[in-house]
Design a protein around this ligand. Structure first.
Ligand code: ADP
Ligand code: MG
Ligand code: ZN
Length: 474
């Protein structure tokens, strides 16, 4: 029996605001427990929430970037449940009237383009964090995170493989970072996802019973967890068993899923409009202002890169993975106009140490990289030397010209100077000369190698080749 995989993702993106969604407390990560709290986010009776305007603006921007319908009138609702990390006994979220609905984004997997529907995007507050002491029967609660602003992005069950799920997740990750509304840090939980997954016999319309996977804090874990869950569900179904709808926790240390508390299965949150907050009304002028502020988004930038710089789809995708990297490339390109060479150097040398998200931490600035590559273009240094100069630039931050000069790395391209050495080497190796004359032309490699050794790698290799051919009597 053949099965089709069906996946829908619920993504939580923490908004990059200075303060929380309904109070003035700081959202900074890593502060001592419970120091970023106040009566509002501690859920004290009688305290009143006030909506952070920046959160609404972030939601509008994301809605515009993903072709959503913006609900001009939307509102907050209380999602009631008890848990020790939720002091109010309810989470302020959106329910029947979310801020954005009916959006979509395009993904590409194995050269195939697909459009994935976005059901809704809503604003909500995060809960606190529990820490369990394993040596004692004791748990601690840190409410610094309580009230941190989140956007929840719910997809349609349109994804058909773990690869598509990861591509969708990566695309959304790129979009929120291009918009500069979320830092995208998955380790710190600023961008996290729950995946719903089910199987159904090929050809069947009706969806199968799903499980929900939680706690996946990297793209790799999402892929592994979904692969695992497909195998688990398929084995179960082939044995004639039934998938039980439940929430599973991905255990990255043991590469398997385990069952979690069944809170979500109750599904009776008794949602009702939050009486402490007035409806959120979006006026057209506000939306228009924000639309004007949208940057060029990943898909558009990718298209422009592959077209204007004549790069392959793959190269363009790498360079536009983050806004910082795309900016870096364009800045360097303005001074060094060979897009392909620049892209290759960035791909092999720069991205090895700095991921697309960390490019701004690289001490070598775009203009310095451009000048380094210009030195190779002008024949002043070889490509090999350029790589070692770059390594030096990474540690010292010095300019390429400076390093090349200080270390005497300038390539020897002076014919007169080289020809003398070439003659000397030929005279010193009569055996190889004889071999060459007998037709073993490969010996030229030996001679060039000798020359490189003598010049500590500084001889221009093309020129060296040419001179040996000439002197050996081609
Ligand atoms: P809940 O209220 O439990 O969060 P939703 O109906 O809102 O459930 O769906 C949550 C996510 O699960 C959505 O992304 C949706 O696309 C996905 N989903 C729903 N049913 C299925 C299914 N049978 N198989 C896979 N994904 C599903
Ligand atoms: Mg859910
Ligand atoms: Zn607070």
């Amino acid at each position: 029996m053949e099965f089709e995989t069906v996946i829908g993702l619920e993504i939580h993106a923490q908004m990059k605001t200075k303060s929380k969604i309904f109070c003035g407390c700081s959202t900074a990560f890593g502060a001592p427990p419970n120091t970023h709290t106040c009566p509002v986010c501690l859920g004290m009776p009688g305290s009143l929430p006030v909506l952070n305007r920046k959160v609404v603006e972030s939601a509008i921007k994301l809605g515009l970037a993903t072709d959503c319908t913006l609900n001009r009138d939307n509102r907050f609702a209380r999602k009631n449940y008890f848990y020790p990390d939720l002091p109010k006994g309810y989470q302020i979220s959106q329910f029947d009237l979310p801020i954005c609905e009916h959006g979509q984004i395009d993904i590409e997997v194995d050269g195939q383009r697909r459009t994935i529907g976005i059901t809704r995007i809503h604003m909500e507050e995060d809960a606190g964090k529990l820490m369990h002491d394993e040596r004692e029967p004791l748990s601690y609660v840190d409410l610094n995170r309580a009230g941190t602003p989140l956007l929840e992005i719910v997809s349609e069950p349109d994804l058909r493989s773990p690869g598509e799920a990861v591509a969708y997740l990566k695309k959304l990750h790129a979009i929120v970072r291009y918009l500069d509304i979320c830092d995208g840090n998955m380790q710190e939980g600023s961008f996290r996802c729950d995946a719903n997954i089910s199987l159904r016999p090929k050809g069947q319309q009706e969806l199968g019973t799903r499980t929900e996977l939680k706690n996946m804090n990297s793209f790799r874990n999402v892929q592994l967890a979904l692969d695992y869950e497909i195998r688990r569900q398929r084995d179960l179904l082939l044995e004639g068993g039934k998938v039980i709808q439940q929430t599973l926790l991905w255990d990255p240390d043991n590469n398997r899923t385990e069952s979690m508390r069944g809170k979500e299965e109750a599904h009776d949150y008794r949602y009702f409009p939050d009486p402490d907050l007035i409806p959120v009304v979006l006026d057209e002028a506000w939306i228009e202002t924000l639309r004007q502020q949208l940057p060029e988004l990943p898909d558009k930038r990718w298209l422009r890169f592959s077209r204007d710089f004549e790069l392959t789809d793959y190269d363009a995708e790498i360079l536009t993975a983050s806004r910082e990297l795309a900016d870096y490339f364009e800045a360097a390109y303005r001074e060094f106009g060979n897009a392909k060479k620049l892209c290759n150097f960035i791909g092999t040398e720069l991205l090895r140490d700095f991921g697309p998200e960390r490019i701004n931490e690289c001490p070598v600035r775009p203009s310095q990289l451009a000048r380094l590559l210009l030195l190779t273009e002008e024949g002043k240094i070889s490509g090999k030397i350029a790589k070692s100069v770059f390594a030096e630039m990474l540690t010292s931050g010095a300019d390429p010209e400076e390093i090349v000069k200080a270390k005497g790395l300038v390539q020897m391209s002076d014919e007169g100077e080289l020809v003398a050495l070439v003659r000397e080497l030929i005279a010193a190796n009569p055996e190889q000369l004889q071999q060459y004359r007998e037709g073993k032309t490969k010996v030229i490699g030996f001679f060039v190698g000798q020359l490189m050794q003598r010049t500590k790698g500084q001889a221009n290799p093309q020129l060296a080749n040419k001179l040996f051919l000439q002197e050996l009597g081609g």
